[in-house]
Design a protein around this ligand. Structure first.
Ligand SMILES: Nc1nc2c(ncn2[C@@H]2O[C@H](COP(=O)(O)OP(=O)(O)OP(=O)(O)O)[C@@H](O)[C@H]2O)c(=O)[nH]1
Length: 904
């Protein structure tokens, strides 16, 4: 659906110029346009189009100072912009060719040129149709000639692109064209009021930019409906008829007669007055036109424009610009926009956002609402106290010294992570650490042979990644544990991806080396396949052979990790007040809140004021990972502290502060912000918002996770998707694998801001729920070209998922019945949602799609035909045209719904 307004970057894309150029030009002309995200009314957009269109869109008064020719978009340039294939070099060559050609073309009226007809010609032709009817046969002839020429121009055009020969051929022929008189089917010229309008709006640029991408085989993919391109109908000015006798049109005719320059000069002098009136008039016309045709404009606006001066008091009071600070609640938006809360709730509902007055909404939702009410919304990001404190800590002067490395162990199940950690810890105890192993701890510092290393014992890859997702990049090094008797297994690969995504050094612990007959070379080969070429093979990855059983290689591993810390210069100032992360925290009945924190840098003492997430207080007690009471702890040390007022979350930052009141204020603020955050949606990169994120400079790299039914598909997708990398955006496939989308994929996608592409696979219900909760975009396909098409469209801001699949329910096949003459009936149990007679269904076996997009032939409850069956009931279902249903198969019921786009 078209929108009443647009944004600078969208218009820039359309015109093929940089947003910055438009912004600068607008500012120079006194328009209130701030940046590439600024909204533009349709009137303004039309004015800007004219500035940048080298005379094609004659829609506004000629009041603005001319745009520098290099920014004007002529036909040739537009073509270049649209053509994805053309390189920067081509562009500059093309410009050169045009510049050389320009003096030749100048004296020739545009209407005489063959090739593509400009919008202006179309207008002229339309306006003069009645008289032209008399010359129809002649015109038809001309049309055919033009068509031929236009077709033959294509190769000529290409030559130009190659820099061999410029376009605009057959100019003399065009002079022969003498179409005269208007055509019958032309609409009557618009009658407008307003004395200062020099030229009328004649041809609208198609407003609908968001359409489904074209199907395979189509040469081009128009993103909006173009009027069928008829043959060019150039109308020489001399032959133009004058059907309208009004003064205004006479004036218009004068302009067409080539006296534009003369008229421009006095208009420039009256610039500001004219612009205001003209823009207002244009807005009114466009609003009225839209209201009639598509009716998406709010009735309020149309009415107010119809009434002219008599605006409603509420609208009069409404500001043109408003600012608001995050988090944005419906109430605060209501007062900022001067719009009733109920009206805002209504607009949000139209966007599919359900919120009450006190609820927080996302920035995007707020911007869209503001847009609907014609208010430009500025979002002020107020620094939270935590951010202020964090900044203060970052900006402190430092006297840095080496600190122990912080290490996380990852690897396949049963490859020996826990055994290795236990061994290191007991070796550490044996090597003189006081106390004893009293309990299982989530982090501890080992000291073997004078080398200190801190180990984080996270429960799995997901925890490691979700910590990272929260900004808690606690780990300096990942130790990848690979059992020598088992080699690289699926979870090892997953761990490699997580570690690679975290961009931390990876050290391999080749464990269980004590087991006889292990083939290390085979494992090296497997590791090399995942870009981890061992140093023994001349690569960069260190492999330490260990045995948690015999203790072999343990001290070597610790020494090596210490060395990596040296090489990577993990440094910190041990003297400044400490800061770091919360590793885990719990409430106990005896000690209150007990939190294990990891000091990233600095020093903390018993009695210090601590702020950790929503908790604050004075440190009552402090213990090391062996249960020994401490008075002081330094960089890279994990310690257990008590004294916090509230249980912080794992991954929260902590700070040692001087002022307890400041700590209390910050903790309270964080508590309320955490609540607000939970309520408003997280803005994860999705294909829908990809373009706006690229434009805003938030994304230079699109991270993708691929899941497919077979390895062959994974390989093909790898190639196709990697090939989409452009100058503006790089595609980075961070993980790929065979089988359904897993929870691990979703966690990885969330942490890395990646999009998941599934080919012939589906996520199970739990995974889907997780993805929804985390705002992770899972895109499912069953045709490869659709993937590349949609990615391309997303990257160019043209994605139009106006048809969206909506899952209705899931069924489990409990039994199958063969009915002669009918086929196989699946005896199903609806485990989730519902299935209807009109649903589309897909058959899934082991998370792999076996049959998709099938319809339901029959749906029965016992012997009765039914329209739908809800969760908890059994049914007999026949999939149309498919009989290979097996017990334990899953059937997913879904429907395709049209969803209004909300993407900018
Ligand atoms: N022979 C031998 N066995 C080992 C070694 N390390 C671990 N094991 C055995 O391997 C099994 C699994 O070890 P764990 O330490 O529990 O493995 P894990 O990777 O922590 O497993 P999860 O915590 O389930 O992921 C246990 O029976 C250990 O005794 C080793 O170096 N040599």
């Amino acid at each position: 659906m078209a929108k009443p307004v647009t944004r600078v970057h969208i218009l820039a894309k359309e015109l093929g110029v940089k947003s910055k150029v438009i912004v600068e030009k607008c500012q120079a002309e006194g328009m209130d346009v701030k940046n590439h995200m600024s909204t533009l009314s349709a009137g303004r957009a039309a004015t800007i189009r004219e500035w940048f269109s080298a005379g094609e869109h004659k829609t506004t008064v000629e009041t603005a100072a001319p745009v520098d020719d290099k920014y004007r978009v002529n036909e040739q340039k537009k073509k270049t912009v649209q053509s994805e294939a053309s390189s920067e070099e081509d562009k500059s060559e093309q410009q050169e060719v045009q510049e050389q050609k320009a003096p030749e073309q100048k004296p020739i009226p545009r209407s005489r040129l063959t090739g593509k007809t400009s919008t202006r010609h179309k207008t002229a032709a339309k306006a003069e149709k009645p008289e032209a009817e008399e010359h129809k046969p002649e015109e038809k002839k001309e049309q055919t000639a033009s068509q031929k020429r236009s077709a033959s121009d294509e190769p000529e055009q290409k030559k130009t692109d190659d820099g061999k020969q410029p376009q605009m051929v057959e100019l003399p022929k065009a002079e022969d064209i003498k179409p005269a008189g208007p055509r019958l089917d032309s609409p009557a010229p618009a009658k407008l009021s307003g004395p200062k309008v020099v030229r009328m709006e004649s041809v609208h640029k198609p407003r609908h930019h968001k359409k489904r991408p074209g199907k395979k085989g189509e040469e081009t993919k128009p993103h909006f409906k173009k009027k069928p391109q008829t043959a060019p109908q150039p109308v020489p000015e001399s032959a133009q008829p004058q059907p309208v006798k009004s003064k205004k049109d006479k004036k218009k005719k004068e302009h067409k007669g080539g006296e534009e320059e003369k008229i421009k000069i006095p208009k420039i002098a009256k610039k500001s007055k004219l612009r205001g009136r003209d823009v207002e008039e244009r807005k009114a016309r466009l609003a009225a036109a839209r209201g009639k045709k598509v009716g998406f404009k709010t009735p309020r606006k149309i009415e107010s424009k119809k009434k002219g001066e008599q605006q409603k008091p509420a609208e009069q009071q409404r500001p043109k610009k408003a600012s608001i600070s995050e988090p944005i609640s419906v109430k605060s938006l209501s007062s900022a926009l001067a719009v009733k809360v109920n009206d805002i709730i209504l607009q949000l509902m139209k966007q599919g956002v359900m919120a009450n007055a006190n609820q927080s909404i996302s920035v995007e939702a707020a911007e869209l609402v503001a847009l609907e009410f014609g208010v430009e919304l500025e979002i002020e990001h107020q620094k939270t106290i935590e951010e202020q404190i964090s900044e203060e800590f970052e900006n402190r002067e430092r006297n840095e010294v080496k600190r122990p490395a912080i290490v996380t162990m990852l690897g396949h199940v049963d490859h020996g992570k826990t055994s290795l950690l236990d061994k290191i810890r007991s070796a550490s105890v044996a090597s003189g650490e006081a106390g004893g192993i009293t309990q299982h701890v989530s982090a501890y510092q080992a000291e073997i042979g004078g080398k200190k290393v801190t180990f984080l014992d996270t429960p799995g890859h997901a925890a490691f990644t979700s910590m990272r997702a929260r900004g808690a990049n606690m780990t300096d090094i990942v130790v990848l544990v690979v059992a020598a008797d088992d080699g690289v297994m699926p979870q090892t690969v997953e761990a490699i991806r997580h570690a690679q995504a975290a961009e931390v050094p990876i050290v391999i612990a080749l464990n269980k080396i004590d087991i006889p007959g292990v083939d290390t070379n085979k494992i090296y080969g497997q590791l090399a396949e995942h870009d981890l070429v061992p140093t023994e093979w001349g690569g960069q990855t260190d492999v330490i052979k260990t045995s948690a059983e015999t203790g072999e290689g343990i001290s070597e591993l610790v020494e090596h990790l210490d060395l990596v810390a040296d090489i990577n210069e993990f440094k910190a100032d041990p003297g400044i007040p400490a800061t770091g992360w919360v590793v885990e925290a719990r409430m106990t009945s005896t000690q209150g809140v007990v939190a294990t924190v990891l000091i990233r840098e600095g020093c903390m003492k018993k009695g210090d004021v601590i702020l950790a997430g929503s908790g604050f207080g004075r440190i009552r007690s402090m213990k090391n990972s062996f249960g020994k009471s401490l008075k002081e702890a330094k960089s890279s040390m994990p310690v257990e502290v008590t004294g916090l007022s509230d249980v912080p979350s794992a991954g929260d930052k902590f700070f040692i502060l001087r002022d307890i009141n400041k700590a209390q204020k910050a903790a309270e603020e964080m508590k309320s912000q955490a609540r607000e955050r939970r309520l408003s949606k997280r803005s994860q990169v999705t294909l829908d918002n990809l373009f706006s994120q690229i434009e805003a400079g938030n994304v230079q790299e699109l991270k993708v996770i691929i899941r497919a039914d077979v390895q062959g598909s994974v390989d093909v997708l790898h190639k196709y998707i990697s090939d989409l990398t452009t100058e503006e955006i790089r595609i980075n496939i961070i993980h790929s694998g065979v089988g359904g989308v897993t929870e691990g994929d979703v966690v990885l996608a969330e942490a890395s801001d990646a999009v998941i592409i599934g080919f012939n696979v589906v996520p199970d219900v739990k995974v889907k729920q997780l993805a929804d909760a985390k705002g992770v975009d899972i895109r499912l396909y069953n045709v490869i070209y659709r993937i590349t098409e949609e990615l391309k469209d997303a990257m160019s801001g043209m994605l139009a998922p106006d048809e969206v699949e909506q899952t209705l329910g899931r069924l489990k096949v409990r039994d199958t019945f063969r009915v002669p003459g009918v086929g196989t009936i699946a005896g199903c149990y609806v485990t989730d949602g519902k299935v209807t007679r009109n649903s589309r269904v897909r058959l899934i076996r082991d998370n792999i799609v076996i049959k998709d997009n099938a319809s339901v032939d029959s749906l029965k409850h016992f012997k009765e035909d039914v329209r739908e069956i809800k969760s908890g009931y059994e049914c007999g279902l026949k999939i149309a045209g498919y009989d290979d249903v097996k017990v334990d198969d899953q059937i997913e019921a879904y429907e395709i719904v049209e969803v209004k786009r909300t993407v900018e």
